[in-house]
Design a protein around this ligand. Structure first.
Ligand code: AMP
Length: 378
């Protein structure tokens, strides 16, 4: 979801001074992992990755409430690969077990481990049902460091003594609520109970029903809990970008963005009426034609402002959420969240005003330190 604006696209000479995007290297990942991420075209961590990676690297147990699509696989796979690589593993017995409900997921995780682990010395393998077990047994004989498994096949091959759990230091329970729905909970308990007690345990689940809470209490030690929601509801026609910016520098950032002449019809959202007027006034000082609409403006003033925006007499309309409800303007090229909306739904509504009717649009969101909790919800 996050993208950095390039220098060309906002045409500014100073913006790097105050835009701070979190990068994968900020999270404590080392060069070999960063190289693989760059080869995979991952430029910015997702919210779950931003939060999980440093915590997992520091050795904490972790409870992540996150669905498929949030980037949760990399959130656990990257720190595991890095830790095992640092420890210098030997590819004999598994050091990390990742349990996941379906063979599709097992295959996906395995594929991602290989993608992220391209430049590290960590052997990964996967075992799952529905296919001949012989090649999997062969693979286990040769040895693995990270073993991805569905619970049924795991128990089959474990009972056949195809591998040992003695060296396990990390355990990941992926999509725990789905494993519960599929009736795997007793298997999971059986499996985790066989692992050494001295280990780091990570649990990911889209929801947190009572049974999963109990599972977490049983197997996780003082876990850090992090919750994220999937960004699936916004239009694909809208390119979304995020800027971490100090409150005092939002106006400057806005001004720089507006220098780009693709910003033809721009709707700016502020939290307050006062804010809307102030932003508008500052833009006018820079000779950027703009109007504001909010609850303190008369009907006549609002209509006039809207008309000027529609006809292109002003390029920028600054609005509060309430005042923006009736706006039906085609061809809005950019929506700028000068202040983040209080509700995640508000974000979807706001940016849905651009990228309509087959057109593409851009949404820029400014996030200052106080707004980070709002961002998390979005
Ligand atoms: P997941 O939620 O782990 O199933 O990941 C969803 C999809 O997002 C997968 O196709 C990943 O390859 C991709 N993905 C995960 N993290 C990132 C990232 N930081 N940047 C770009 N793509 C990512």
């Amino acid at each position: 979801m996050k993208k950095s604006l390039t220098k060309q696209s906002i045409g500014s000479k100073v913006h790097f001074l105050y835009i701070r995007m979190i990068t994968f290297s900020d999270l404590g990942l080392d060069a070999s992992i960063l190289k693989a991420l760059s080869a995979a075209n991952y430029s910015t961590p997702t919210p779950i990755q931003e939060q999980a990676i440093p915590l997992i690297l520091s050795g904490k147990d972790f409870l992540g409430i996150a669905q498929t699509g949030t980037g949760k696989t990399a959130a656990f796979a990257l720190p595991l690969l890095q830790k095992l690589n640092e420890q210098g593993v030997n590819g004999n017995a598994p050091k990390a077990i990742i349990l996941t409900p379906t063979r599709e997921l097992a295959g996906q995780i395995y594929k991602n481990l290989n993608l992220y682990g391209k430049y590290v010395e960590v052997k990964c393998g996967a075992i799952f049902g529905g296919v001949n077990e012989r090649p999997q047994i062969q693979m286990l004989k040769k040895g693995v460091d990270i073993l991805v498994a569905t619970p049924g096949r795991f128990l089959d091959l474990f009972r056949q003594k195809c591998f040992s759990l003695k060296s396990v230091r990390y355990c990941v329970l992926d999509e725990a609520d789905r494993m519960l729905d599929m009736g795997f909970l007793p298997d999971i308990e059986r499996i985790v109970n066989q692992m050494p007690k001295e280990r780091q345990t990570l649990l990911f689940s889209a929801t947190l029903p009572k049974q999963i809470e109990r599972l977490a209490e049983q197997f996780l030690k003082n876990p850090v809990k992090v919750e994220v929601t999937p960004p699936a509801t916004t239009s694909e026609n809208v390119e979304q970008s995020l800027f971490y910016v100090q409150r005092s520098q939002k106006q400057e950032l806005l001004k720089n963005i507006l220098k780009d002449d693709t910003c033809k019809r721009v709707l700016v959202f502020t939290k307050t009426k006062f804010g809307a007027d102030r932003v508008c006034k500052e833009l006018r000082k820079e000779d950027i034609a703009s109007s504001s609409i909010h609850g303190d403006k008369s009907q006549w003033e609002r209509e006039k402002a809207l008309k000027r925006f529609k006809t292109g007499a002003v390029r920028v309309l600054v609005a509060t959420d309430v005042a923006s409800r009736g706006i039906d303007v085609q061809d809005i090229t950019h929506v700028i969240n000068y202040d983040l909306p209080l509700e995640p739904d508000g974000y979807v509504h706001r940016i849905g005003r651009t990228g309509r009717a087959g057109h593409t649009g851009s949404a820029f969101s400014f996030c200052d330190a106080d707004e980070k909790p709002l961002l998390r919800n979005i």
